[in-house]
Write a protein that binds this ligand. Structure first.
Ligand code: AMP
Length: 280
């Protein structure tokens, strides 16, 4: 695997790879790689000849009181994992100037109304920061394909909208959620949890699954949501939201919706926020 740490090195590598035939797939990450991230690399390899991962903890998407400085940085192990997966290129910038150079105009991307809902409501400005960095990475790397996980469902929808406008020839792929045996969606933030808290966290997926089966039994949606919130609280999971939306994240208010749907939730365990969702 070729590791590029500066824009200059990256451009040289991309130039060299552009002479090889075949598509280039991009997998953007913030590192601390787990099987969820690696599943994206595997999906990339099934869909493209060349793969590039990025590891960049993007300061623009963290709020003032969030975990930017303590976000787990595990570069050495991440490189070993990507090498094992036979990823072709890793862009792991030495610092933020390699992504957002001071002499370059910063094109800020606004995430609009949807960016202020669900996770955006609890993390104001978060999705503007995500879209701004993802757009920048798309501009620098110009991939044919980019892959994002369904775990960050709202992020994936907002990136799709942004890419349709600004990068119309790019194909986006959505990778399924990878979970541990007890149902907890893999996440770098699970590292913040104790074993006992991980056990509690497994109730989030249980709650999502139960809500799906209740909806299928035609139990009233408002009742399902009320019960879900009560259940989460009883397990020491403090819900920020628990909602049913359609596949584009428009609200669903009743039981008569026939299209693809998704229950989404964000909960807090002590100071750690976890998100999860289930499509049906
Ligand atoms: P992150 O490093 O958290 O920014 O995640 C990088 C990419 O990995 C995003 O597209 C995430 O949606 C995806 N991802 C994170 N966790 C999982 C998971 N458990 N299953 C599938 N994809 C995931």
């Amino acid at each position: 695997m070729i590791i590029a740490r500066t824009r200059k090195d990256l451009n040289k590598t991309l130039q060299r790879f552009s002479q090889k035939p075949g598509k280039l797939a991009l997998i953007p990450t913030m590192g601390n790689l787990h099987d969820g991230h690696l599943s994206l690399i595997r999906l990339a390899k099934l869909n493209a000849v060349k793969t590039i991962a990025t590891i960049f903890v993007n300061p623009l998407q963290f709020g003032k009181n969030e975990d930017y400085s303590k976000y787990p940085r595990t570069e050495k192990v991440d490189i070993q994992k990507l090498t094992k997966e036979k990823c072709d290129i890793l862009f792991i910038p030495t610092d933020k100037n390699e992504v957002f150079p001071e002499n370059e105009n910063l094109k800020k991307i606004e995430s609009g109304k949807l960016g202020d809902e669900l996770c955006g409501k609890i993390r104001p400005g978060h999705f503007n920061g995500v879209l701004t960095v993802v757009n920048k990475i798309f501009e620098i790397i110009k991939p044919d394909i980019a892959i994002f996980g369904a775990k960050d469902y709202q992020q994936q929808i907002l990136i799709k909208q942004m890419a349709e406008n600004l990068h119309p020839s790019l194909s986006l792929l959505k990778a399924p959620i990878i979970r541990s045996k007890n149902g907890v969606a893999l996440s770098s933030r699970n590292n913040y949890l104790s074993e006992k808290e991980i056990k509690l966290a497994s109730n989030l997926f249980k709650c999502l699954e139960n809500s799906v089966s209740s909806y299928k039994k035609n139990i009233r949606l408002c009742e399902i949501i009320e019960n879900a919130k009560k259940f989460l609280i009883s397990k020491n999971l403090d819900p920020d939201y628990f909602e049913l939306r359609d596949s584009k994240l428009n609200s669903i208010k009743d039981n008569n919706f026939n299209g693809k749907k998704i229950f989404l939730s964000s909960v807090k365990i002590n100071n750690t926020r976890l998100i999860d969702n289930i499509e049906f």
